[in-house]
Design a protein around this ligand. Structure first.
Ligand code: COS
Length: 385
């Protein structure tokens, strides 16, 4: 391994980054987390704060105007934002999800044109793979792209698209060659301003209510052929290769939510008195706390380990088990938060305490970027290959 590569453990710089993101988020993101959830509105305050501090898309390489932070740094940023507001953590997470296809497979021209605005905080970038009838079975998509001279014309509807509407750019996967399955899918950059792009109504969700989830509707959207990402027919592979990197960022989001919930639970059990003593004195409560912290720390270490592998792949190394560790860390990290609600008892079930929101927000991390059942399938396939 090249000595310039980040080591498995976070460096001093990573920890300094964590401290500064934490301070920023405590001051400028946390105060709005409950109201953003209550009103189901986009966390503009968080976007302003993250852009102001250059924390909205730290993964964009310096060559394209970004901070060029490694994958572990990106994980730490997302983890810290999610610790106070999961909806806001989707700003850096989705900016990464939308742009990794470009970083992995895009032409130099596409990267130069579309990564700069993201790095400067002028535009966000979403990822549009799923459709109403193509969720876990993503290759069953029907959105069609038909060649017309030196343009492609896109028709279809992408569903459950995170940050749809607020993002300016979209990586859209569409069928260019019907009848050949996943090998007939290509990826494109679509601009919100392209004629024929519109958005469905905001989904009414259990959690992450501050992050709009909408359909992206493509009605005869005519885009220049150079907006294709990679070669024709390579879009599905790019989509899955992207998820190998970004399931790690969902693990980071899950870690952050779980850490936020654990922090609240620890404070609560020391204060809450029953049977004449703080409930933290009861062994049953202590065991629950210990189990939660243990699972969280295990998931964190696997996530950091996966992030370093992701970085190595981004720098051109071959890492055989990135797919495995990426699915594994998301699955492990996304199951931790629920216990915190139990520790807060009846209070944990009310909106007076943030763990209620955290549990609702955590639920989606078991579902998006592939359900945890799909992750197990992916892991088993890797083992049996
Ligand atoms: N990286 C790059 N290429 C990959 C890959 C990866 N991690 N995994 C598979 N591929 C390639 C395969 O090698 C295959 O290529 P060839 O046709 O050249 O052999 C192609 O992609 C299709 O793979 P496969 O046949 O395994 O695809 P399936 O349709 O069986 O789907 C799963 C595989 C289920 C793993 C995939 O559809 C998936 O991850 N589904 C969940 C989707 C998801 O996460 N949705 C959430 C949307 S983002 S919020």
């Amino acid at each position: 391994m090249n000595p310039d590569f980040p080591t498995y453990a976070p460096s001093d710089e990573h920890e300094m980054l964590r401290a500064s993101v934490r301070e920023l988020c405590e001051a400028r993101v946390a105060p709005f987390a409950a109201v953003v959830d209550e009103e189901s509105r986009f966390p503009q305050e968080a976007l302003d704060a993250l852009v102001g501090a250059g924390m909205h898309a730290v993964h964009v390489p310096e060559a394209y105007g970004g901070a060029g932070a490694d994958a572990l740094a990106a994980v730490i940023v997302i983890e810290e934002v999610a610790r106070v507001c999961a909806s806001s953590s989707l700003i850096p997470a989705v900016n990464k999800l939308g742009t990794v296809p470009l970083l992995l497979a895009g032409s130099e021209g596409l990267k130069r044109r579309f990564l700069g605005p993201v790095a400067r905080g002028e535009a966000m970038f979403s990822y549009a793979l799923s459709e109403a009838e193509a969720g876990s079975d993503a290759a069953a998509m029907r959105t069609r792209a038909v060649r017309d001279g030196d343009h492609w014309v896109l028709d279809g509807a992408k569903m459950w698209i995170t940050n749809a509407g607020v993002s300016r750019f979209y990586t859209v996967m569409a069928v260019t060659d019907p009848g050949v399955g996943s090998r007939g899918i290509s990826a494109f950059v679509v601009d919100r301003e392209d004629a024929g792009v519109s958005f469905g109504p905001a989904e009414r969700k259990l959690g992450i209510k501050g992050s709009p989830t909408r359909q992206v509707i493509l009605d005869g959207v005519r885009i220049p052929a150079d907006r294709m990402i990679g070669a024709e027919g390579s879009g599905f592979k790019t989509a899955l290769a992207t998820l190998d990197h970004t399931r790690i960022t969902i693990a980071a989001q899950a870690l952050g939510i779980a850490q936020g919930a654990l922090d609240h639970a620890v404070g609560y059990v020391k204060e809450r008195r029953q049977f004449g003593q703080p409930i933290a004195d009861f062994q049953g409560v202590r065991f629950m706390l210990a189990d939660m912290a243990m699972r969280l720390e295990g998931a964190r270490q696997l996530t950091y380990h996966a992030a370093v592998k992701s970085e190595r792949v981004m720098r051109g190394e071959r890492v055989a088990d990135l797919t495995f560790v990426s699915s594994a860390c998301k699955t492990l990290a996304s199951d931790v938060t629920v216990d915190a609600v139990q520790l807060l008892g009846g209070y944990g079930y009310t909106r007076d305490f943030p763990v209620e929101r955290m549990m609702r927000d955590a639920k989606i991390t078991q579902i998006y970027e592939g359900t945890n059942q799909i992750q197990r399938m992916v892991m088993a396939r890797q083992l049996l290959k």
